[in-house]
Design a protein around this ligand. Sequence first.
Ligand code: URP
Ligand code: ZN
Ligand code: ZN
Ligand code: ZN
Length: 542
Amino acid sequence: STYDLLIKNGTVVTASDIYPADIAIRNGKVILVGQDLDTALAEEVIDAEGAYVTPGGIDAHVHVDEPLKLLGPVADTMEEATMSAVAGGTTTVITFATQDKTKTGPEALSDSVKADIELYETQKLYCDYALHLILFHIEKPSISGTKLLDSQLASMYENYGVTSVKVFMTYPGLQISDYDILTTMQATRKNGFTTMVHAENGDMVKWMIEQLEEQNMTSPYFHGVSRPTIVEGEATNRAIVLAKMMDTPILFVHVSSPEAIDTIRSAQTKGLKVYAETCPQYALLSDIDTKCHHELEQQQSTCSDANKSEPRVKLTAKEIDDKFIGAKAICSPPIRPEHCQESVWKAMNNGTFTIVGSDHCAYNYYDKTSGKLDAFKDNKNGEFKYIPNGMPGVCTRMPLLFDYGVLQGKLANMTKFVELQCTNPAKLYGLYPKKGSILPGVSDADLVVWYPPNYKGGKKPKTVTNDLLVHGCDYTPYEGFEINNWPRFTIVKGSIVYKEGEIIKENAKGTYVKRGKSQLCTANDEWVTEWRPQYLNGQKSG
Ligand code: URP
Ligand code: ZN
Ligand code: ZN
Ligand code: ZN
């Protein structure tokens, strides 16, 4: 037949338009978008009457198990993470490969990426994936170091289409100096790479942790206390200054605080190419919900938030007894006080945030073999500084933003939803228009068909439960959150991989995707001040 799959009668949403149309798919691509397409020409038809049809989500910030295990024992293999992704309407994930410090020379970074791809080739993948690289060690910190890094990035792009690196301004072992950030930016600028920055001042955090330990304040709650919003604000400002000196674009990942948002906004207003990602947890969770609030109450025997509404996350009796429950919400930057959420929503709507990523980085709460709390293993006593940072979220990113954003009016409209979750991630990371859009003859048929608003069938989920998310992790921080819509069909390259709550295993055809260069993080052609060195090869001079 002419069409492999035809989606009839839906309301198609892109980052710019909302209109009634049918979508015809053939050989994994969208081939036609139009009205009254003939069902007789289609091998399979989905009736999307009354429902939105959006591009599949692109989650550009996901951590899965990788060969070097730099972030420790994360709960999900790529297989589990991609299954969880499609169960929540995400059809492409970009995960992190880490630099292998034992490799040296021009192919060092390329070979680090290769090891990841070889591992994931052995797994069943439910959606496509691409890779960023975590760069935490500059092989030669000098002028010759820039040239080496330059060639390392070039070969990583040439061989594997990796076009972004993430650097850390915090975390022992990962934190790099301002000097090394400049070196990185010079090389990323030259290669048209995107520089992703984890902006928290690691020295401030180290100092705070020592102060807290001195006072025995080591329970999970104090993780957030050790990294106040000013820690993120300072690092954000400093990184912008470095990018300005290097006349290069910069991208902040997992932005959480009003301080950072204001700093980013004001740089954007001045015309600097500053881009930013936030995550659902910073819009929807607060320290009162998740950070051992009850334990703190018991310790202090008063509740400082007595006038505040009760936590939205409903804890079971067992969980209330669990003094350690706040460990589930430990991530960096930390979950903020509730009043910070408003700035996060505002910045999603007014363009300060370019994308929403999940920062899915799941660790099991209970150790799989002993059944004991994972963070008490190895004589670590549950001190917050030993608890791995991160929480699951690859499945819930799309439905939470749909429900709590679009349906509750916190997100301006459906086109904004698609822009933040699908289209801008593709443009930012060199996947557009293959991904993130519904362009006939051009885009992969990666689509989500949502439920019609009045749908009464039994399969539509009503609340978030951990089982719904089919990930490798034993909890979700969103347990019990009410859900008014959810992806009904998730389609990857024309194949239905998720249908009304069921994963369709035999349709899993995910592959590695080479990326192009960012369409947003594009450096200016000319150096803007006299002192800057000539581009290598004499292409441009100062
Ligand atoms: O706490 C977090 N965000 N863990 C994941 C690693 C990172 O910094 O993105
Ligand atoms: Zn980070
Ligand atoms: Zn209370
Ligand atoms: Zn992350």
